[in-house]
Structures are given as C-alpha cells and as structure tokens.
Ligand binder design. Structure first.
Ligand SMILES: Cc1cc2nc3c(=O)[nH]c(=O)nc-3n(C[C@H](O)[C@H](O)[C@H](O)COP(=O)(O)OP(=O)(O)OC[C@H]3O[C@@H](n4cnc5c(N)ncnc54)[C@H](O)[C@@H]3O)c2cc1C
Length: 559
C-alpha cells in the first residue's frame, strides 16, 4: 500500500541491526549523531524467547528466515537455472547473526590484508590487498573485545600478531573432546589453545558470567552471557537517546538525489505501508548477500545497474568459507565418553597451518577447531542411518563417542562467484531474491583436502578408532559467513568502496559489513567485520560528518 510520509531528516540511517549494524549504531549514537536503525525482523526479548529447546531452534526454524517467503537461489554452473536453496541463512531480527552464533572470535593475521602482494596474480582468482593493514585494525579489535565481551588467553595462540591488551574474560574449561584435541596436538607439536569466544566468564560491563558449556550454536541465549548486539551494543545506543530502532521494517531501496548523493531509504513498515526516511548518511549492514541485493535493487538513471555500481563489481568476488571437517569415532566399550550433552561449544583450536607453505600445493590456510558432532536429536556424522534399529544403534554407540575437527575454508575470491538478482524468483514482497552463482577455485579444493587429511591425522593421534573425512564438494553457505560483494580498494575501477567502507561513487553511502572484504581471511570473520564497522563509524562521526576527509598511510611490510 502506498502511504508515503517523510519524517524529519536524521544524521544517519543504519539498515540491518545485526553484528555490524549494532556496532555502527553504538559508535554513532554515542558520538552524538541522531540515528534511525532499521531491521526487517522483530525485536525479541532473550529471557522470554530464548532457551536450549532443540526442536524450536533447530527443527522449527525459530530464528531462521522462512525459506518459502524469503528464499534464495543457487547454481553451480553459469548456464544452469538457479534452484531455491537456503544458502547462508542468517537470523532476520534485531541482533542478526549474533542471536544464535557460536561466537568464535579469533583475530585475523597480518597476511590476510595483503594476499595479492604476497602471492601475485593467481590464475582464475581475483586476489586483492586490503586498503588498510592489521595495524590499522588492531585498536578496534581490542575495542570490540572489551566492549562486547570476549573470553580467551592472550599469548596462548603463539602465531597471533601484536595485540595491545589481553582479554576481558578467561576461557571456559576444556570439554572432553577439547582435551583429546589438546593431547593429540601436544603429541604432534601443534600449537593448540582455547578459541576466543564472544561470551563473558566473569562479571563484565554489568553482565553476569556463564561458566558451563552448553548449546550455543543455533540457540538464543537467555542468560545474556554470550555477547550479542541485541543485549549489549543496541541497548547501549538506545540509552544515549540518539537511536530510534524501527523493527519489522523492510528496506527495499536506497534513494539517490540529483547531486548523486543518497538521500535516504524507502521501507515497508509493519502495517505494509511504503514509507520514506531521509538522512545525511546511509549505512548498509544487511550482511554481504542482502547488502549487495539492496544495492542491485536500488536502480536509478545514474546507476542503471545498481547503486554505486559503475565498476560493475557489486555482488561479485563473493566468498563464503565452507565448513569442512573430519569425524572421529571412538569405541564405547574402551574409550572415555566425550559427553556430547555438553553441547556444541567449540573447545580447542589452532592456527598452526594458517600461513602459506607452498609445499602443500595451495596458498593460504585456515583455522581448525575441535567440536562435538552437534545437537542430541540432530547430531550428524557421514553415513549415520536415518531410521529404525540401525539409527538407534548408531545413537547408542556413537553420540557420546564422536567428535569433529573442522576448518573454515579460506576460499579465494573469483570474480564470477557472485550474488545477483534472480530473474524469476521473488520474495513475499514481490522483490527479486538474491541468486548465488558459485564454482570453487582449485586452490579451495586443494586447501580443503590437505587440511581435512591433516585433521584426520590429529583425530588418529587423539585415539579415534575410525575417521570419516568430508571434503569440499560445492559451496553450500554452511558457515553463514559472507564477504566480498562490494570490495574495498583504492582504485574505483577495481573496487566499490574505499578504505572507510565509503562508496567511491556515492559519497555519503557506506557499506560496513563483510561486503567490503577484498579477501575472505581464514578465520571466523565477525570480529574483523565488527572492528572494521567500529573504525569506519568513528570516521563517519569524527571526520566525514564534520566535512573533512582523511586518507590512510599503508605500510607494506609484515613485522
Ligand atoms: C549458526 C551460526 C553460527 C555462527 N557462528 C559464528 C562464529 O562462531 N563466529 C563468527 O565470526 N561468525 C559466526 N557466524 C556468522 C555471523 O553470524 C555473521 O558473520 C554476522 O552475523 C554478520 O554480521 P552482519 O551484521 O553482516 O549481518 P547480520 O548479523 O546477519 O545482520 C544483518 C541484519 O540485517 C537485517 N536485514 C536484512 N535485510 C534487511 C532489509 N532489507 N531491511 C532491513 N533489515 C534487513 C537482518 O534482519 C539482520 O538482522 C555464525 C552464523 C550462524 C548462522
């Protein structure tokens, strides 16, 4: 229904109040800017809505986007018709992915920011350096760790680059499978450590600690100990009096003025009205798939192929970090139980194989980590029977005697791996859905194979009686990590955003989620994204909004 109204102009609009939008509104509102934050989903209350109820959260899609009303499509061949598939779904609600994430927050490495300088042109890939370095991000990694609440041990990861401060919270105790992982790594001379987690284990910023392992990944946390922008950054921004949250409001386009600047957004409010909101700055933090989709849907005579898309790169170079793993099965009659009921908390990890060693036949590397094989009802291992006596036997024999060592595939950017608008499939609002086209680079396949095989060796050293490797077949978006669809860079012909996440072609448009990542990194990306969102939001508040401009000086050396 058309019912356009125009409330007063605000300093900034933030579209999408997840990990990065939550960070942006905190920084902007605390700096005194008047901000309206939009989220297409509801504003839930953890104590009332969240629990460890597996059927509700895992089987009944309580937090996942409805695949019928808001589908995505995917194809693995340029000439194929894309099929509906829940590719890389993230919770569509205030707090976004942080509502039910696992919350591993390792830091990126110096090499992640300069893949092109280190490796040159790799055939078939579109490697690019970041327009800033680890040292530029480091102060913001620290700010997020302390303001958001992260547990870990500084120095335990012997390959971590310089950090200016330790962690605010100590790590949780190792789980049974964590202990097996540490023992095996010890035997093999691998540096293993508790992966930093976005949760507080001591009293921190008025939040109570949580000291039990439990069902983290895919469940909302009623206790507030797991760090979530819904329960931390967003209420902190609201408390300044400078943020108005508009939940259940779907932003469908960004408006462009005659002067080539963004003037605001058009959104569908909870009653189905189409409404305009004007602002001096528009910030997109919808996640790298939906931010690209919104830009591509925001067409104008100046940008017929989508907003700020003169380079044609919006949606391209998408990377997704497939999760690959090896499962180890132990013997119930001989081995100690692994206590699967302790949940899917990730206990130990390592970055031993992160940096390039070309003798392995690939460049780059990934974080690896030990975990349980998932929830009690929906737990999986390859070949698990699905029905009857065989299923019951498998559950009895293995639920408590199985573990995984997984990796986050550091996939290389390829220009043709992309998000665009599906030509036929529409969502519940009648808008074209995001279509993903993907084919892995040969380096992705080689890296995945090498690391899964190494994980098998670690499981064997841990005493596994049987191991099952799971290699890369195709990209399914199973980590829900999204990057690259509006890459940052210095050259407007080769990138969409500059080093501040600011569109080269639309001065007051900023994209502050993973869209800007020129390369994927091999670690869980959200800490890096949030630190970058903080850094760029500070720039918006302290420099851009004051009519100034600033450039970063790059050093090209790794310490
Ligand atoms: C089960 C699970 C576990 C994960 N575990 C980890 C982990 O351990 N470590 C890690 O680093 N990452 C993890 N992730 C990934 C992490 O959640 C994402 O990287 C992160 O949430 C991305 O932040 P974002 O702000 O870009 O997007 P989101 O957090 O998804 O926020 C985007 C927001 O935009 C809103 N939105 C979208 N479209 C519109 C629109 N048109 N109008 C208005 N609002 C809109 C959405 O409702 C959403 O709230 C996990 C993800 C999942 C699903």
């Amino acid at each position: 229904m058309l019912n356009r109204k125009k409330p007063e102009i605000v300093d900034a609009i933030v579209v999408g109040l997840g990990a990065n939008g939550g960070t942006a509104v905190k920084v902007l509102a605390e700096a005194g800017l008047k901000v309206v934050g939009f989220d297409r989903g509801p504003w839930l209350r953890p104590l009332e809505h969240y629990s460890g109820d597996e059927l509700k959260f895992v089987n009944r899609d309580y937090m996942w986007p409805d695949p019928k009303m808001f589908p995505r499509t995917v194809r693995y061949d340029e000439n194929a018709v894309a099929e509906r598939f829940p590719f890389s779904p993230l919770p569509q609600m205030v707090g976004g992915g942080t509502n039910h994430w696992a919350g591993w927050v390792p830091r990126p490495r110096e090499s992640d920011f300069m893949m092109r300088s280190l490796h040159g042109d790799i055939e078939g890939a579109s490697l690019a350096d970041w327009p800033f370095r680890y040292e530029h991000l480091e102060p913001y990694l620290t700010k997020v760790e302390w303001a958001f609440g992260v547990s870990g041990i500084a120095g335990a990861d012997k390959y971590e680059p310089h950090r200016s401060k330790g962690y605010p919270s100590p790590p949780l105790r190792p789980t049974q499978y964590g202990k097996r992982f540490y023992d095996a790594c010890n035997k093999m001379g691998i540096n293993a450590f508790p992966i930093p987690h976005a949760m507080v284990t001591n009293k921190h910023n008025g939040r109570d600690p949580f000291n039990q392992t439990s069902f983290w990944n895919q469940y909302g946390d009623p206790s507030g100990a797991r760090s979530n922008t819904l329960t931390s950054f967003i209420p902190e921004a609201v408390a300044t009096g400078n943020l108005e949250v508009r939940a259940e409001c779907f932003v469908q386009s960004v408006k462009l003025g005659r002067d080539g600047k963004a003037t605001g957004v058009i959104y569908i409010d909870p009653d189905g009205n189409e409404v305009e909101q004007d602002a001096r700055v528009v910030i997109l933090t919808l996640g790298a798939i939906e931010s690209a989709r919104l830009m591509l849907m925001s067409k104008s005579p100046r940008f017929p192929d989508g907003l700020a898309n003169g380079s044609g790169l919006v949606g391209k170079n998408a990377t997704f970090h497939e999760y690959l793993f090896a499962v180890g099965l132990f013997d119930k009659d001989i081995d100690e139980p692994l206590n699967g009921f302790a949940g899917n908390y990730i206990s130990g990890g390592s970055l031993e194989f992160y940096e390039t060693d070309e003798s392995r036949g690939h460049i780059g590397g990934s974080i690896i980590s030990a975990s349980q094989t998932c929830h009690p009802i929906n737990w999986v291992f390859p070949g698990r029977p699905t029905w009857g006596e065989a299923l019951k036997d498998a559950d009895r024999n293995y639920y408590n005697y199985a573990m995984k060592i997984g990796l986050i595939l550091h996939d290389l950017p390829v220009e043709s791996n992309r998000v665009d608008l599906d030509p036929t499939v529409k969502d519940a609002f009648g808008l074209p859905v995001a279509r993903i086209t993907h084919s892995p680079h040969r380096n992705d396949i080689a890296m995945g194979k090498w690391q899964v095989d190494k994980n098998v060796e670690i499981l064997e050293a841990a005493g596994a009686r049987k191991t099952v490797p799971v290699y890369l077949d195709k990209m399914t978006g199973n980590t829900c990590h999204q990057h690259g669809t509006a890459r940052m860079g210095a050259d407007p012909a080769k990138s969409v955003l500059n080093e501040w996440g600011q569109a080269h072609e639309v001065d007051n448009l900023f994209v502050l989620d993973g869209s800007g990542f020129p390369t994927a990194t091999g670690v869980n990306p959200t800490l890096t994204m949030m630190a970058n969102a903080w850094r760029c939001s500070e720039y918006i508040a302290e420099v851009y909004s004051k009519g100034r401009e600033e450039r970063l000086v790059l050093s090209n050396s790794m310490r």
